[in-house]
Design a protein around this ligand. Structure first.
Ligand code: TRP
Length: 451
């Protein structure tokens, strides 16, 4: 079972990313029957970010984060989207079958149009084709590797549906199961982590708790800013209405969670509750932080891992794309295939023909026939066959050197070196004689060229 997911490299991972995506994905990659492909979607990042330095920094931080979180590059094929040239190739193949109407319905694009309309702008104002094509690039990410399952957040489910749709269309069009139909995998148990203000933790709400950035100090400071209600120490608190409790539960086991719920109910102060949360988070994250720091200090080691990952990923994608190119009629112009193809037979041109015979008077003669079998010339009579043969040989090589002239008003005579070799009967008119003259000349040329 191939599990594949991409991580857009447009930010610095926060605690919500860890709990919602990184931790479950790393755990899933450890199952014996799972062949995991995890990659950094840096082409997708270009849709949002044009700052090269931010793209690079994010890529490094995200790679270091996943590795620190326990991703084993020996088991998982871990790579960078932009190291796989087959992905943009497949993107174009899929673009050519993607219906524009389907892309019009993509949530991200629709939301951008909606915002424009609300601000009385033109529907597509400021919207790039990159945003519009986002789902097709994502489909290529998935379909290039025959992924069966794609763990994603709910906001991405529509994209997986589109990838399925494109896969189906392609398979149908080419009458072959080129692509595996992928399925979205949504981990029901994985809670979306609330942020400092209780809404979903998200960079766009500016309510995140950092994962590794800024070290333990930054995490602690953020936890201290979690919004709580105004209940004082000693008052009973409703754990389930508290973002702080939800975050705690994301790190704690059942017994710890039950104990924490009870403590809040029994009047634990919010200040102490925050200290408990910091301690619980740190128990998990402290060892990861060290690994993270080590990777961040050694970008070369990360690069090696990613290059090896790209090699493994391409071992899957390269033959796949080659097969697609064949199916699409895009094989190279001068491959062995083309030269090996049986040559299309040219229409066979029969050459003009000379035929010898012995006449009733005992003399040796020959006739010249056109390729079509029309008689063009009758030779003079030769006393012996050798002379007739010699005349034929000279005729074969004469070409333009043979003088063909009208011998009478409407007949033709052919001379070689001043000697009459053959003639035609009279034609009914000048036009047919001239036609015969042209035919005779071209037959002589063909004979000469063929020799
Ligand atoms: N669009 C995904 C996100 O923002 C990232 C992504 C890119 C992805 N390509 C993918 C996820 C392929 C799964 C499969 O979360």
């Amino acid at each position: 079972m191939r599990l594949l997911t991409g991580i857009t490299t447009s930010g610095t991972p926060h605690l919500g990313n860890y709990v919602g995506a990184i931790r479950p994905a790393v755990a899933a990659s450890r199952h014996a029957d799972v062949d995991a492909f995890y990659f950094m979607a840096d082409y997708h990042a270009l849709i949002k970010i044009s700052d090269a330095e931010r793209i690079e920094r994010s890529r490094l931080e995200i790679a270091a984060t996943w590795l620190a979180a326990g991703l084993d590059p020996g088991r998982v094929t871990f790579y960078r989207q932009s190291d796989i040239p087959e992905i943009p190739q497949l993107t174009w193949f899929l673009t050519c079958i993607a219906s524009k109407g389907m892309l019009n319905r993509a949530h991200a694009y629709k939301a951008a149009v909606e915002r424009n309309l609300q601000q009385s702008e033109e529907a597509d104002a400021g919207i790039t084709a990159g945003l519009y094509m986002y789902p097709v690039l994502m489909a290529a990410d998935i379909l290039a590797f025959d992924a069966n399952q794609v763990p994603v957040g709910r906001d991405q489910v529509q994209h997986i549906e589109m990838a399925r749709d494109l896969a189906q269309r392609f398979n149908h069009q080419h009458g072959q199961e080129f692509f595996v139909l992928p399925e979205a995998l949504i981990e029901e148990q994985v809670a979306t982590l609330p942020g400092l203000d209780g809404r979903k933790m998200s960079k766009s709400y500016d309510n995140t708790i950092p994962l590794f950035a800024g070290g333990a100090k930054a995490t602690r400071e953020a936890v201290m800013r979690i919004v709580t209600d105004s209940r004082l120490p000693g008052e009973a608190k409703d754990a389930d209405a508290s973002a702080l409790f939800t975050i705690y539960r994301a790190f704690a086991d059942e017994a710890e969670t039950a104990a924490f719920r009870q403590a809040l109910h029994d009047g634990l102060g919010w200040g102490e509750a925050k200290q408990a949360l910091v301690a619980r988070i740190e128990a998990d994250l402290a060892p990861l932080r060290e690994r993270y720091a080590a990777f961040m200090a050694d970008p070369g080691a990360i690069e090696d891992i990613l290059q090896r990952g790209a090699q493994r990923a391409r071992a899957v994608a390269t033959p796949k794309i080659a097969a697609l190119r064949e199916a699409l009629g895009l094989r190279a112009g001068v491959t062995h295939k083309v030269t090996a193809r049986p040559a299309v037979p040219l229409p066979q041109r029969k050459p003009p023909r000379l035929a010898s015979f012995r006449d009733t008077d005992g003399r040796f003669r020959f006739r010249l026939f056109s390729a079509q079998g029309d008689e063009l010339l009758l030779s003079v009579g030769f006393a012996d066959p050798k002379a007739a043969g010699a005349a034929q040989r000279r005729l074969r090589t004469a070409g333009n050197g043979a003088a063909v002239t009208p011998n009478s008003a409407l007949g033709l005579a052919l001379e070689l070196d001043g000697e009459l070799v053959g003639s035609t009967p009279d034609f009914p008119d000048v036009a047919s004689r001239d036609q015969a003259l042209a035919a005779l000349r071209s037959a002589l040329e063909e004979l000469a060229a063929g020799d």
